[in-house]
Design a binder for this molecule. Structure first.
Ligand SMILES: [Fe+2]
Ligand SMILES: [Fe+2]
Length: 271
């Protein structure tokens, strides 16, 4: 059972005066990616075809991700009454499809798949926490708070199952680290850029680089140092490294520096 529902959100507290149009654009994009949880559930059920207990977990997880999409989509329609979440979601899935017929993980092993899921949940948990702290609009604040709590639980959930499969498959430390690192880099993949495009653009051709930059410029803006530090610690833990050692702190500083540099570059391009 979900920890909250759309009926728990006090929609009547929506305050138009506190809506930031730049935030609306990234919320629209996020609502489409979250809505894709249904396809990812099918993918996971295929990859874990003979593990009905995990399939149950994946179905519950997918239901929560879809609910994230619905909550963000409903808020975006309040903020922009001309926008249609269902229509944008159909446009997004017409151009970006998860392989729902897969029976083997894209990451090679089930442990690898679960390491990768931990990294995704690290990203979403830190992103919604950062968004929660950055926004003023009270309804969006509550939605982000609820979602951030779900994403952290999802991380713990996948981490628990990853440890179980680590014992079964015996994935070595180096491969685990490589998958985690690769998945962090994949944050640059098509999904977010295409969601931003499908959510915000009219009938213009898709340009991956352009929309990736448009999304990232707005999304990076909500991050602060403590979000990055925490995300790197969670990523390290999923990768099998010490989450609170000196290497972790060094990596967090490098990541924060890289993020600042990228933000400055994207601002220059936009200007
Ligand atoms: Fe989510
Ligand atoms: Fe999640």
């Amino acid at each position: 059972m979900a920890h909250w529902t759309l009926d728990d959100i006090p929609w009547q507290k929506f305050d138009r005066a506190k809506v930031d149009p730049e935030i609306v654009r990234i919320v629209k994009a996020a609502s489409l990616v979250e809505q894709n949880g249904g396809d990812y559930t099918e993918y996971l059920c295929g990859v874990f075809g003979d593990d009905p207990a995990f399939q149950d977990v994946a179905r519950r997880w997918g239901g929560e991700e879809i609910q994230h999409g619905q909550a963000l989509g409903r808020w975006a329609m309040l903020a922009d009454p001309t926008w249609d979440h269902a229509k944008a979601a159909a446009r997004f899935t017409a151009g970006f499809r998860v392989n729902v017929n897969a029976t083997q993980s894209l990451r090679g092993t089930r442990t690898g798949e679960l390491v990768s899921r931990c990294i995704v949940e690290t990203g979403t948990s830190s992103y919604y926490t950062a968004l929660y702290e950055a926004v003023d609009e009270p309804v969006l604040k509550i939605i982000c708070h609820n979602i951030a709590a779900d994403e952290l639980r999802h991380y713990k959930l996948f981490y628990t199952h990853m440890k179980r499969y680590l014992d079964i498959e015996g994935l070595n430390k180096w491969r685990r680290f490589r998958i985690a690192f690769q998945r962090m880099r994949d944050a640059e993949d098509d999904e977010l850029a295409y969601a931003y495009y499908a959510a915000n653009e009219g009938d213009v051709p898709y340009d991956r680089k352009r929309y990736n930059g448009a999304y990232a410029r707005r999304a990076i803006g909500v991050y602060r140092w403590h979000h990055v530090e925490r995300a790197i610690a969670m990523g390290f833990k999923a990768a099998g490294l010490k989450p609170h050692g000196r290497v972790n702190m060094w990596a967090a500083h490098v990541a924060w520096w890289g993020l600042q540099k990228r933000a400055a570059r994207l601002e220059r391009i936009a200007a």
